[in-house]
Design a protein around this ligand. Structure first.
Ligand code: AQP
Length: 340
């Protein structure tokens, strides 16, 4: 790929069904971004090993995830679409960067603290990969000399860490081996919350599936989930955006705004005087319409496994070419292979 456009890297873990939170926080921007950036869209299967259950089928999940990438408008002619484990440079740089990251830095990561809590703080049940995840994420980003990383706000801290590791390495070796990446985080939609607990982030791994809208949910279950979703207990029953006072309504407003491409302010004006039940109907209709269209396109791609494999194969070749250049720069700074 020859270009002078800034470089953008984004990834999703194939840990199961993608959620509307993943879509709104990142994937919905991908098709537009590929017009102005050289985009690397990665399926982060190595990351998913940190949380996989024994009965999980990685091959299926990778192909599912890839089909969603395409259904969201990612064009493999414009962007590099690849599977992380097909590009060995990620694991290689990961080890090296481990040695430039402090234990205390990883211990401060809030995502690790939260995931650790779900294991009831039993340290013996937590694999080292889960602790180490942000260093692999830093390697993913830095290998491509990435300028921008579109993420939900939950990943902001990991991008900060990536910047710190890159700056540390660059200054230790008085070099500019790594480009320092910046996060791209939208004001709205960067943290879609759970439907029944609007103070908690919506996550694929939530054990309560009523908290989450999955991109593969059938329409009747979407309607039910939205109907059951928590609204707010203030007496006025007004529809307006205020994350603190009205977390449930604000969350539904953010979802509606993202999938209908309308500003929150415009929506709030349009919805003035409407009761909560009617508002929920509007939201579930909009989500249903959106999901129907997306799922149709997803199914078309998902049917053609040989096409999907071809995309992953060609994407891996392009990703290896780009990432190898960075890895070689790092290896040369460290005097690897200098005996030859
Ligand atoms: N609720 C969310 N709102 C907005 N953006 C979100 N993202 C995740 N949840 C939300 C963004 O989606 C991208 C991919 O996330 P990931 O697959 O790397 O893992 P994650 O951030 O840990 O997402 P989940 O859904 O919470 O997965 P599990 O349950 O497996 O941990 C990221 O850019 C993320 O910010």
């Amino acid at each position: 790929m020859i270009s002078s456009k800034p470089i953008l890297f984004s990834a999703i873990q194939p840990t199961g069904n993608i959620t509307i939170g993943n879509y709104i926080g990142t994937m919905r921007h991908w098709s537009i971004l590929q017009n102005n950036y050289d985009c690397f869209y990665c399926i982060a299967d190595l990351h998913s090993l940190t949380t996989l259950e024994n009965n999980f089928f990685l091959k299926k999940s990778i192909l599912d995830t890839l089909s969603f990438y395409l259904a969201c408008g990612v064009n493999p002619e414009k962007s590099v679409v690849f599977v992380q484990s097909h590009v060995y440079q990620h694991s290689q740089l990961n080890w090296i960067l481990n040695c430039y990251t402090q234990f205390s830095e990883l211990f401060r990561m809030t995502q690790f603290k939260k995931k650790r809590k779900t294991k009831h703080d039993h340290i013996e049940k937590i694999n080292v990969g889960l602790f180490n995840y942000p260093v692999l994420m830093a390697s993913d980003i830095l290998l491509y000399q990435t300028n921008f990383v579109p993420v939900g706000s939950d990943q902001k801290q990991h991008i900060e860490l990536t910047r710190n590791i890159a700056n540390r390495f660059n200054s230790l070796y008085s070099s500019d081996v790594f480009t320092i990446p910046k996060p791209l985080i939208n004001q709205y939609g960067c943290k879609i919350m759970s439907l029944l607990e609007p103070n908690k982030k919506m996550s694929k791994s939530d054990i309560n599936k009523n908290n989450v809208i999955f991109l593969l949910d059938d329409i009747s279950s979407v309607n039910l989930k939205i109907k059951q979703s928590i609204t707010d207990s203030d007496k006025s029953c007004k529809i307006y955006y205020d994350r603190k006072k009205k977390p449930g309504i604000s969350n539904l407003l953010e979802i509606l705004s993202a999938i209908s491409n309308k500003d929150i302010d415009v929506l709030s004006r349009e919805l003035e005087g409407i009761m909560y039940a009617e508002f929920k109907n509007i939201v579930s209709d909009a989500i249903s319409k959106f999901l129907c269209k997306l799922q149709k396109s997803y199914i078309n791609y998902r049917r053609d496994e040989s096409f999907l494999k071809k995309i992953a194969y060609e994407g891996a070749i392009k990703a290896r070419l780009k990432s190898e250049k960075t890895l070689q720069k790092v290896q040369s700074k460290l005097d690897f292979f200098s005996i030859f």
